[in-house]
Design a protein around this ligand. Structure first.
Ligand code: CP3
Length: 334
């Protein structure tokens, strides 16, 4: 069985490894293809190019999982709120207009807008049998922050209308479930839900905007696909990670670099853990990479763990550092 799935399902500690944003700007072969298309979404919707990009990090580092090449913002885009990716700025969304959005029952329209992503997965699955394919979606809260803020909520986010936000989250949940189900039907064998901005939610609203909607997504997916593991990444929620694990009960919990791995082991009731390594490590010296890799191998020696970072690979990462970390992990596998 695939190493990643084995660690997720059987609690074996096989130290699988993959990295968030493993296909991206730090790879010269990505940049070469990137310049062929002006718009980033055109790249995602070209099954030949996107499939090739998804495999680039696998060819270089022989990682244990392929993550579908897409973006969390294809959901707002296909629902009717157009997204533009602007160099050195990031994603910019047109104003959110309720009238322009699909209706909850317009499932077929939604699927037809994204069928090239599902096709990418189908092609990858046919081609590669020995690696896990990770499908993904943004969590409703994180998608809502981009939609309401018309871009990253990094610098200036404030929810103005809690009830509207809740309605929007409810609406998004339905389409996130569709999107995940289609990815599974086309060959994804693991799903990751990115709640990149969960850290912006006040403690007394976490249940309403993060735990509860995520739990609904998990239960809907589990009804149809009980054997597909779901990894959750509620980034930035600090000590509330413990409540998240207890309430949402994901198959695996992805931690950020601010979460102490020993604390996580003590508080997550055996739930497999992923990630946590500071993404800046790949911009440092080789000796630092060695030190941190051995630290994580040691801390997780008797706990199911998937090697990954606390957030995506940074564009200035040194490729030789990534290679070196993967080498150490493989050398020390059980
Ligand atoms: O290798 C992979 O992980 C594959 C695909 C992937 C992308 N985005 C491709 C991408 C995944 C899993 C994502 C998730 C994503 N996208 C998240 C959640 C994870 C996180 O980073 O918190 C978020 C918040 C987004 C939204 C988004 N998309 C931003 C903020 C940006 C611009 C800034 C940046 O990081 O580059 C994007 C664009 C994007 N998504 C690129 C890629 C390869 C770069 C586009 C380009 O080259 O122009």
């Amino acid at each position: 069985m695939l190493r990643l799935l084995q660690t997720l399902k059987l609690n074996n500690n096989l130290f699988p490894v993959w990295f968030m944003r493993q296909a991206g700007r730090y790879l010269p072969e990505f940049l070469e293809i990137r310049f062929q298309k002006k718009n980033f979404l055109d790249l995602c919707f070209d099954p030949k190019l996107s499939g090739e990009i998804a495999l680039q990090p696998i060819k270089r580092f022989d990682l244990d999982a392929i993550i579908v090449f897409s973006d969390i913002l294809i959901i707002p885009n296909s629902l009717g709120q157009k997204v533009y990716y602007i160099e050195n700025v990031g994603p910019v969304l047109e104003p959110l207009q309720k009238k322009k959005l699909l209706k909850v029952d317009e499932y077929l329209k939604f699927v037809s807008k994204n069928f090239k992503i599902y096709n990418q997965i189908k092609i990858l699955r046919k081609k590669i049998k020995r690696k896990a394919i990770i499908g993904f979606a943004g969590a409703p809260w994180t998608l809502a922050t981009y939609m309401l803020n018309r871009g990253s909520p990094k610098h200036n986010f404030k929810i103005r209308n809690l009830d509207f936000t809740e309605k929007l989250i409810h609406f998004l949940t339905t389409f996130i479930v569709f999107h995940i189900q289609k990815q599974i039907k086309n060959g994804a064998d693991v799903i990751q839900i990115f709640d990149s901005w969960a850290g912006l939610i006040k403690k007394d609203q976490l249940n309403r905007f993060c735990y509860h909607p995520t739990k609904i997504i998990l239960s809907q997916i589990k009804k149809k696909f009980p054997n597909i593991p779901i990894i959750c990444f509620p980034r930035g929620i600090g000590k509330n990670y413990k409540d998240f694990v207890n309430i949402v009960k994901p198959d695996c919990i992805s931690i950020d670099q601010f979460t102490n791995p020993s604390w996580a082991i003590d508080n997550f009731n055996g739930t497999p853990i992923q990630g946590g390594i500071n993404p800046t490590i790949f911009c440092e010296e080789k000796k630092d990479v060695k030190k941190i890799t051995y630290k994580y191998l040691n801390v997780f020696k008797s706990y199911p763990y998937i090697f990954n970072l606390g957030h995506g690979i940074k564009p200035h990462s040194k490729i030789e550092n990534i290679k070196y970390m993967v080498e150490i992990i493989k050398k020390n596998r059980l």
